[in-house]
Ligand binder design. Structure first.
Ligand code: AMP
Ligand code: MG
Length: 409
């Protein structure tokens, strides 16, 4: 049985660094509005200053700082208000000693002014303003380029585009952005007991839940789903669907039929169509995981138990997908925290215990979920995290420090 690290090494050595071959093959340009969640495929270097011009950080009065020297609560300075400068306007005349311009947040600083006094520290009367506090040079002024300067690397190739990235791209005038192509992933579920979600299960039958949890996983990981098929436990059918999937996808997931049951054909078919690298890894849940390739396309055979297949996806397939899409973001967040209950653990396999992790009293605490069978999908609905218990550890005691993977934040 392979350790998680050994299995992951084989997987990452077999999965292409980026889909497609040759320069630019693995990327495409998309509209900025379609870029959310995609992986940036270029460095973004600013050509402009942000902010583009000196502007006011407050609603108030643009003044010459020197004019406020010695001002105080009982000792206001009186200035003449010569103009108003709202955001988007550049019409105010230069400020000269003894004068002020009424200014709004985001409006360009008028020439001559070197500070803004907040409106809260002023009183206006008959075309004049009384300033009740001394204001230093530069106060409440946002300087051109203080956020971003031309030539600055603002976003790096391999970052996942989030809301702030989109805002930055927009602020710098990028209508389009180069992103990695989405890996095209085939999801095949197998099992004579399965019926589609819109069918009524007969005796001994169940609905094909995993098709949808895996669809969700694949979409969340930033994939395009190239095929969504269900097969019977039938060698010819699995072989046909699997070879079609491998020919037309960047990555193939087959769920069910990888264990040691009499109708578990996936390993045999994978070995026949391509190469099977391993089929068992030392994690719990999710031990029966098959990995191989068909004509260069990586193929993952996941256990059919609803929790096991999701854990395998998180542990093994997510890193593969990140590598294929050039995603340097580091994946799911790992934190350290304490457990709120004892967890029994027999050494040998690394266990991923579903838990609800919250931030309380300045630290993370993880409550293991009591219904923890690998068939209990409700535990995955409830959980937001895995407590990781390493293979060499024994039982974990309430209050022990553990590693926690947050998969839903
Ligand atoms: P298998 O890995 O094929 O031996 O299946 C293990 C368990 O997972 C069995 O109880 C199956 O009924 C169940 N299972 C397999 N595939 C699915 C699926 N697509 N959706 C829900 N349960 C499944
Ligand atoms: Mg099965």
């Amino acid at each position: 049985m392979l350790s998680l690290e050994a299995a992951l090494e084989i997987i990452l050595n077999s999965v292409p660094e980026i889909i497609g071959t040759g320069p630019g093959m693995g990327m495409e340009r998309v509209a900025l509005s379609d870029s959310f969640g995609r992986v940036l495929a270029e460095d973004v270097i600013a050509e402009d200053n942000l902010p583009p011009f000196d502007n006011s950080a407050m609603d108030g009065y643009a003044i010459i700082a020197e004019d406020t020297r010695g001002a105080g609560k009982d000792n206001p300075r009186k200035l003449r208000v010569i103009a108003e400068q709202p955001a988007g306007k550049v019409s105010a005349p230069p400020v000269t000693p003894g004068n002020a311009v009424r200014i709004m947040t985001g409006a360009p600083m008028p020439a001559g002014a070197d500070a803004v006094v907040m409106v809260e520290h002023t009183e206006s009367k008959d075309g004049a303003v009384f300033i009740y506090c001394e204001t230093p040079v530069g106060a409440n002024v946002r300087r051109s380029g203080e956020d971003v300067k031309p030539g600055q690397l603002v976003l790096k190739n391999g970052e996942r585009i989030g809301p702030a990235h989109m805002g930055m791209l927009a602020s710098l005038g990028h209508v389009q952005v180069a992103v990695s192509k989405k890996p095209r992933v085939a999801i095949i579920t197998t099992g004579d007991e399965l019926v589609d979600v819109d069918e009524r299960p007969g005796p001994g039958q169940i609905r094909n839940g995993n098709q949808y949890s895996l669809l969700g996983e694949a979409l969340q990981a930033g994939c395009e789903v190239s095929m969504l098929e269900r097969t019977r436990d039938n060698k010819e059918e699995i072989e046909r669907v699997l070879s079609a999937a491998a020919a037309d996808s960047d990555l193939v997931i087959v769920c069910g039929g990888v264990s040691v049951g009499d109708y578990d054909y996936v390993k045999e078919i994978l070995a026949k169509l391509g190469e099977m690298r391993f089929w068992k890894t030392a994690i719990k849940p999710g031990k029966p995981l098959a990995f191989g390739q068909i004509g260069g396309t990586p193929v993952f055979g996941l256990p059919g138990n609803p929790v096991s297949c999701m854990v395998c996806f998180d542990v093994y397939i997510r890193p593969a997908i990140r590598q294929m899409s050039g995603d340097e973001s580091g994946g799911l967040a790992t934190v350290t925290g304490v457990v709120t209950d004892d967890i029994r653990h027999k050494p040998v396999r690394r266990e991923f215990v579903r838990a609800v992790t919250i931030w309380e009293d300045g630290g993370y605490s993880a409550r293991p979920i009591s219904k923890h069978g690998s068939g209990m999908l409700s535990s995955m609905v409830e959980a937001n995290s895995y407590v990781v218990i390493r293979e060499d550890m024994g039982d974990v005691r309430k209050g022990d420090q553990v590693e926690i993977i947050l998969f839903r934040v």
